[in-house]
Design a protein around this ligand. Structure first.
Ligand code: ZN
Length: 271
């Protein structure tokens, strides 16, 4: 179903309206969209829901659509984010949760360059055994810079640049992720507070700034391999991640190559 068809639905149900956020279920009307576009806020709609069997048991999967300010042929682009829900977290405190950003290379290709798939698997397993919890799967690949730019950053890393400097050379911040969508999804799920599965204190701070109540942080144990050891080392040293459970022995981390300035070719198609 495209946007205009969705807009054509006679019944519009505004689920929840927060400052800067429009939540609709399951569709919205054009007036609401127009008014909201002018406010340049976050437009999120709860779009679809089903239960799926997984290796870790059954999960309720709820798809949210985030409509973007850009459009083509009169239709708004959107991203689709998932809430992967176990049990009934509605109205509960201290719900075990992971706010996870998409990593196609790690999760689909089983790339060993990062620890994303390992963390996602751990979270799904932990939530399944707790019988209640939620993984919010956010579509912001490559710490928010997108798949193509992540591959460009990998190309720079092949030449000896670390993950932070590679992003900076491409003109991106160290971390371009947003957590407002996650906060609104948790509000829509009526989760009162969470225990957050993460090694990243910045994520705790960012979510709290969006109004999420976090009772405490639970670390995710990670097992470094020869391909992601340098990346994990950089995350620990330059991005404040705490690799608890399996602290890295810095003496065994591969040496970080000296910083070299590399000219980044620009794709004229992208300019
Ligand atoms: Zn990854």
């Amino acid at each position: 179903m495209n946007l205009m068809q969705a807009v054509g639905f006679a019944c519009c149900f505004i689920r929840n309206q927060l400052p800067g956020v429009l939540m609709t279920k399951p569709s919205f009307d054009s007036t609401a969209l127009k008014d909201f576009s002018q406010a340049q806020g976050l437009l999120l709609t709860r779009y679809a829901e089903s239960t799926i069997p997984t290796e870790y048991g059954f999960f309720r999967v709820i798809c949210y659509r985030e409509y973007l300010p850009t459009s083509y042929g009169g239709e708004r682009f959107f991203k689709e984010h998932l809430a992967v829900v176990k049990g009934q977290p509605e109205g509960k405190e201290g719900v075990l949760a992971r706010v996870h950003s998409e990593c196609l290379t790690g999760e689909v290709l089983h790339s060993l360059k990062c620890d994303c798939r390992e963390q996602l698997d751990y979270a799904l397993r932990a939530i399944a055994s707790a019988n209640t919890g939620v993984v919010l799967y956010l579509r912001q690949e490559g710490r928010g810079i997108g798949l193509g730019n992540k591959i460009r950053a990998y190309a720079l890393q092949e030449k000896g640049v670390d993950t932070v400097d590679a992003n900076r050379m491409l003109g991106f911040p160290d971390d371009a992720r947003r957590f407002d969508v996650a906060a609104r999804m948790l509000a829509d799920l009526e989760v009162r507070s969470i225990v957050l599965l993460t090694n990243n204190p910045y994520k705790v701070k960012a979510l709290r700034e969006e109004g999420v109540q976090i009772l405490r942080r639970e670390p995710v144990p990670i097992h470094p391999n020869r391909y992601n050891a340098a990346y994990l080392h950089t995350k620990g040293q330059r991005m404040g991640h705490e690799l608890m459970g399996h602290p890295m022995d810095e003496s065994k981390a591969p040496p970080v190559p000296p910083h070299r300035l590399i000219e980044v070719p620009h794709d004229p198609q992208v300019e």
